[in-house]
Write a protein that binds this ligand. Structure first.
Ligand code: ADP
Ligand code: XUL
Length: 539
């Protein structure tokens, strides 16, 4: 039976899922994960990111990602009959960019299978680090790009998003301005996804529209680079960008390096994409209507859209979806790491964190926590800071409930622009294992929350995309419903149902939350009277 491999290079780890599929026989044959910090101490990362005194700067070493890929292939070759490997695809953290010089093409085509990958590619990087999605240091460049293309609305209408600090265009512009010589020595700028696909195929791989739409450079309707944005970003950029190919494209086969080093076949490599577009498939949202929430390093809310309804308020994004449709998405930076900060501040484990959630009253007597431990993406917060309203900093239980309720209300509030009537939510990402968190999600959104059979939806989505791309290449007709069947299915019996009374309470509390957010952002009055009213009405 043929095997299909999905890889997911996320902020903190590299994961793999192998599917065995033939006709109606479909099963997950292998799952594995390598955490970056522990497995590759020599790169000096913390949570996958290089330490920096400036909280606005976030970069990672591309060689770490390559090293992890090499180690994962060794692990796979040791654990599976990989002669049956038919196709590979991948998912990667979005927006991050990798800068390669003109030696890259020749080096990638002639890698020595006797030597580790990371030892051979240091010389092809024109920039030793890759800025990643957690970077928020490019507000000036965002303003410059928006002004040059005719404003934020023009940029959003064409590319799916107004300018965002972490998006690739602003990052490229900052590099171009700060290090013009290294920029000039750059021959190709990849996303993390297309960089890793290039390592597998041994030649420059194209990007898919899903990840291309996280650059602020792609014309969403035409799936081609949008010239005004490209020209406004950096001189000579057009010649440095990869081509864009549909997500189902076979971009090459596993290069001789991998075949000789690990005894792998010349498996098809299907275009890699971003983790959120891959997750859309991995949670089974291949039709319009549902919503997914990923509680990973970032928290994201997303759903499939048939038509690109661009957010006029400038909060969210429209990306290309692997199905050829679109997806709406809102991203929060203070996701799992913020939950961990609260957990660790009170010396808790995840199980005692859950116990604290269970013994505190929903609504928390009107207490609100804005967990901006790091600069926040949604809403835009460039200077980090924790804001507590009606909550003492040393109340462990109160802070646990407040961080979870605050995050869930922020997600409900800032996904309204997608105009989805939320009847059900597919929950994924590391924290979706925590049913106490998911119960708060169900109550805040007033929707049933489903866990999924396979937890890592980004890696699963990549594996399903490998299957889909491979079938398309063989001329076999297949629908997306058939592709995701059995794998990306919500677990119905264990769904978390919303409590109507609690949902009604959260509809009031979200007004309090909104007032606190406005005050913290410096454009609203003191919310204390509202908090007092809320608490009094619940007595
Ligand atoms: P990534 O976005 O990097 O792929 P994951 O989706 O793997 O991240 O999520 C990793 C995060 O999941 C960890 O940082 C951790 O905070 C969180 N996590 C794991 N188990 C639990 C749990 N039981 N409760 C809450 N959070 C959890
Ligand atoms: C999405 C975003 C993050 C990254 C990392 O826009 O910035 O979700 O993809 O997971």
């Amino acid at each position: 039976m043929p095997l299909y491999l999905g890889l997911d290079s996320s902020t903190q780890s590299l994961s793999a899922i192998v599917l065995e599929v033939e006709g109606a026989r479909r099963r997950v044959a292998f799952e594995s994960s390598i955490p970056f910090d522990e497995a590759f101490r020599r790169y000096g990362t913390s949570h996958g990111v290089l330490p920096n005194r400036d909280p606005a700067i976030a970069a990672s070493p591309p060689l770490l990602w390559a090293d992890a890929l090499d180690h994962m292939m060794a692990r796979l070759a040791g654990g599976l009959e990989l002669g049956r490997l038919a196709a590979i695809s991948g998912s990667a953290q979005q927006h991050g960019s990798v800068y390669l010089n003109a030696r890259a093409a020749a080096t990638l085509a002639a890698l020595d299978p006797a030597r580790p990958l990371a030892d051979q590619i240091g010389g092809i990087l024109s920039r030793p680090v890759a800025p990643i999605w957690m970077d928020s240091s490019t507000s000036v460049e965002c303003a410059e790009i928006e002004a040059a293309v005719g404003g934020d609305q023009a940029l959003a209408q064409h590319t799916g998003s107004r300018a965002f600090e972490r998006f690739t265009a602003a990052q490229i512009r900052k590099f171009f301005k700060q290090d013009p010589a290294a920029y000039a020595a750059t021959d190709r700028i990849h996303l993390v996804s297309s960089f890793l696909a290039s390592l597998l195929t041994g030649r420059h791989a194209p990007m898919d529209p899903g990840d291309g739409s996280g650059t602020n450079l792609m014309d969403l309707a035409r799936c081609q680079w949008w010239q005004p944005a490209v020209d406004s970003t950096a001189a000579g950029l057009a010649g440095k960008l990869p081509s864009i190919a549909p997500a189902s494209t076979v971009v090459g086969t596993l290069s001789p390096y991998w075949q000789t080093r690990y005894g792998l076949p010349a498996a098809k490599v299907v275009a890699w994409s971003g983790d959120n577009p891959c997750s859309l498939v991995g949670v089974g949202l291949v039709r319009e209507g549902g919503l997914a929430i990923s509680l990973g390093t970032s928290d994201t809310v997303f759903g499939l859209m048939r038509e690109p309804r661009v957010d006029r308020t400038g909060t969210g994004h429209v990306f290309g979806a692997p199905t050829g449709d679109y997806m709406g998405l809102t991203c929060f930076k203070n996701g799992s790491l913020a939950r961990e900060r609260v957990r660790d501040a009170f010396g808790l484990s995840w199980s005692s964190f859950s116990e604290a959630l269970r013994r505190t009253p929903p609504g928390n007597r009107g207490a609100i926590l804005l967990p901006w431990f790091e600069p926040e993406i949604t809403p835009t917060v460039l200077t980090p800071g924790i804001h507590r309203y009606g909550l003492s900093a040393d109340d462990a239980d109160g802070n646990v409930r407040a961080v979870i309720e605050g995050q869930q209300m922020a997600m409900a509030l800032h996904s309204r622009w997608m105009q989805v009537t939320v009847a059900s939510i597919h929950a994924t990402g590391g924290a979706a294992a925590n049913r106490d968190i998911l119960q708060v999600m169900a109550d805040v959104f007033g929707a049933a929350v489903y866990q999924l059979q396979v937890g890592n939806s980004a890696a699963l989505g990549a594996a399903l995309r490998a299957l889909h791309g491979s079938m398309v290449a063989e001329g076999r007709a297949v629908t997306w419903d058939e592709v995701v069947k059995d794998f990306a299915e919500p677990v119905a019996p264990s769904a978390l149902r919303p409590d109507p009374a609690r949902h009604a309470m959260y509809q009031d509390l979200i007004e309090v939350y909104t007032a606190c957010e406005a005050q913290a952002l410096g454009h609203g009055p003191d919310p204390s009277p509202l908090i007092g009213e809320f608490a009094a009405s619940r007595r």
